[in-house]
Design a protein around this ligand. Sequence first.
Ligand SMILES: [Zn+2]
Length: 154
Amino acid sequence: MPDLIPPLVAQREGILRDIAELGDMRRGNITEVFRSCGKPGCCCSERKHPGHGPYYAFTTKVEGKTKTVQLRPGPRLAKFEREVETYKRFRSLIQQLLEVNEAICNARPLEPAAESETAILKKTGLQQNLWVKPENETCGNRPVEAADAAENAW
Ligand SMILES: [Zn+2]
């Protein structure tokens, strides 16, 4: 079997470099909104009129409360859009980082130190105690299944 780890580690380093280069980011969303002004006789009071706009609203959650910032088209809106986009990119890179890390964890053999630890435990007879399991526990396939389930959850 070819060693899977070096290419995965290279991939992880690439993702970390991308994260380091992201720049300013901001959590939240920008939505386009149309509003009626409420003035009698204004065209926006007609049923088919979508309302004035578009206006832009940046919303974010701060300690469980939604905070909104109204934005007009212009450099400030453009800045918010860049910052929000960067955050989305960050989220996507973090997802990739976790996936590649989990692949590394699955491919990584036991460290020699861990093996010698097992040997010491064997000698001292302590290992037996570590392997006591409840009777209804299923076989050793469980951790693999759990890993698959975690992958699907993403
Ligand atoms: Zn109006």
